[in-house]
Design a binder for this molecule. Structure first.
Ligand SMILES: Cc1cc2nc3c(=O)[nH]c(=O)nc-3n(C[C@H](O)[C@H](O)[C@H](O)COP(=O)(O)OP(=O)(O)OC[C@H]3O[C@@H](n4cnc5c(N)ncnc54)[C@H](O)[C@@H]3O)c2cc1C
Length: 460
């Protein structure tokens, strides 16, 4: 039976009947992502190829309907929340189109999960470096949208360092290729502009990624500290020594407890902080680096250290770290994941500021962070049914951003700005900078329909 709403009928004509969701229950599934924001969209259309995405975008333009591309909706900043908008669901575009070992590239559709790509590359002896903790379910399109990072990004860089080119549906519905396998495309870095633009400048429909050979050797160590500050100081000294491990990840006691309750990853429950250190590269010289790192940890009063003896033990440690956000959900009904970055040397000061804010607002805060990058993730625990508490959470989150900005840091390391931190953009950019970004958005998307209202605060 044909739907009464002509918009739904038209969308079905583009993607096919059964590929548009519009009933109340389905809409309620798409009214949230992993942030605290909620708004009900008008319809969800599942695209299966570039042509369908282009037609959806053209249709949205002709009918002035705001739209947003959505991967798995695991973003933590409200990036895929769009009131009365059209959600272009990308997960059916999930093919790995090519793995080119000679050129060290892979061509993927945007709905491919990060881990699916890693698993497909492993038999060739290759991997894709950015490894967000959400990699089991987050899509390459979403990773591009947020310029995602992960534990390996300390040594290898974030998503933007690993994307060579993209096929993009522009806001007028035209399809274009930006970048490619040849390095150093002349002209302005348009690819760089699109990566991390949170779906506000176009929809990626194919992504050409750089792939890397799996390292010859990997050493993974677990070190235990009596204070989080000492663990942070050890991190600063390791990097100052000129050693760049793949990962330097810290978790505090509250997080350790939650992880152990949830999956028994082998972290000592009484530790105030654990620091996971991973080194990789050619075997020669790696042991010496590990020894030097342990010396620096001893200098900072490390209590104990151990090493993953095989791949299974390594996987167990990483499952604990990558499952930390999920585990923390056991502690209280809700939590807000803050994401800010400070220069590494300022990590101890930033952690003290987080502690003070936790006390001031009377809110427990768990800490998990990519310490090597100075990227903090304070997790503020609360119960959203308590509206007074919720308002304290927002204030505390904003104050953490302010503190990090004041420590010469920035208000997002990897989770984006979205809806959540638009106002805080003023902590790091002046009005001139913000206007330049608004002007770029207007030039690329004159009718402001492509994920409108995200990232940028309204002009004063
Ligand atoms: C438990 C947990 C752990 C996490 N750990 C990490 C982590 O370690 N590192 C990290 O960086 N993030 C992490 N995140 C955040 C999140 O997983 C990432 O931002 C991820 O990249 C989002 O992918 P997604 O497929 O869910 O994208 P979505 O949330 O669906 O979308 C994210 C943004 O990308 C845009 N987008 C999606 N697809 C496209 C496309 N095809 N073209 C253009 N724009 C598009 C959307 O419009 C939106 O603005 C975590 C989240 C959770 C819940």
């Amino acid at each position: 039976m044909k739907h009464a709403d002509p918009v739904i009928r038209d969308l079905e004509a583009i993607v096919g009947q059964g590929s548009v969701l519009f009933d109340t229950v389905s809409l309620s599934h798409y009214e949230y992502d992993a942030s605290l924001f909620k708004a009900r969209p008008r319809a969800i259309a599942f695209a299966t190829d570039t042509e369908q995405v282009a037609q959806l975008v053209k249709y949205a333009n002709e009918h002035s309907i705001p739209y947003v591309a959505r991967g798995s909706g695991t973003n933590l900043s409200g990036g895929t929340i769009l009131k009365d908008g059209l959600i272009i669901e990308m997960r059916r575009m999930d093919k790995i189109l090519d793995i080119d070992v000679d050129n060290m590239t892979a061509l993927v559709e945007p709905g491919v999960f990060n881990l699916t790509l890693q698993n497909a590359l492993a038999p060739y002896g290759f991997y894709y470096a950015p490894d967000p903790a959400s990699q089991k379910v987050s899509t390459l399109g979403g990773n591009v949208g947020e310029n995602s990072g992960g534990p390996k990004c300390l040594k290898y860089g974030v998503t933007s360092n690993h994307i060579l080119g993209m096929e993009v549906v522009l806001s007028n519905g035209e399809v274009t290729w930006i970048g490619g396998s040849a390095p150093d495309t002349p002209g302005a870095d348009v690819l760089g502009l699109l990566i991390g633009s949170e779906g506000t400048l176009g929809v990626a429909t194919k992504i050409l990624v750089r792939i890397m050979r799996l390292p010859e050797n990997v050493i993974t160590m677990l070190t235990i500290f009596n204070t989080i500050e000492e663990a942070g100081q050890a991190v600063s000294e390791i990097i100052a020594e000129g050693i760049i491990p793949v990962s330097l990840e810290i978790m505090d006691n509250l997080t350790i407890q939650a992880v152990e309750d949830s999956m028994n990853a082998g972290f000592p429950r009484d530790a105030e902080a654990v620091l996971i250190i991973e080194l990789d590269g050619i075997a020669e010289g790696l042991e010496e680096q590990a020894d030097r790192i342990l010396e620096l940890c001893r200098k900072n009063n490390v209590v104990d250290s151990s090493r993953a003896t095989d791949d299974q033990a390594r996987a167990k440690l990483w499952a604990g770290r990558k499952g930390a956000f999920g585990a923390v959900a056991r502690l209280r009904p809700c939590y807000l994941v803050c994401d800010a970055t400070v220069p590494r040397v300022n990590l101890p000061k930033a952690l003290s500021a987080v502690k003070a804010i936790s006390k001031k607002y009377d809110l427990p805060i768990a800490n998990v962070f990519h310490a090597g990058d100075g990227n903090l993730h304070p997790l503020i625990l609360f119960d959203e049914r308590d509206k007074e508490e919720l308002s304290r959470v927002h204030q505390a989150g904003s104050e953490i951003m302010r503190a990090c900005a004041d420590l010469e840091g920035t208000i997002s390391g990897e989770h984006g700005i979205g809806e959540e931190k638009k106002q805080e953009m003023g902590f790091i950019f002046d009005e001139g900078d913000l206007q330049l970004m608004r002007d770029i958005k207007t030039a690329v998307d004159p009718d402001n329909l492509c994920n409108p209202g995200k990232m940028l605060p309204q002009a004063a």
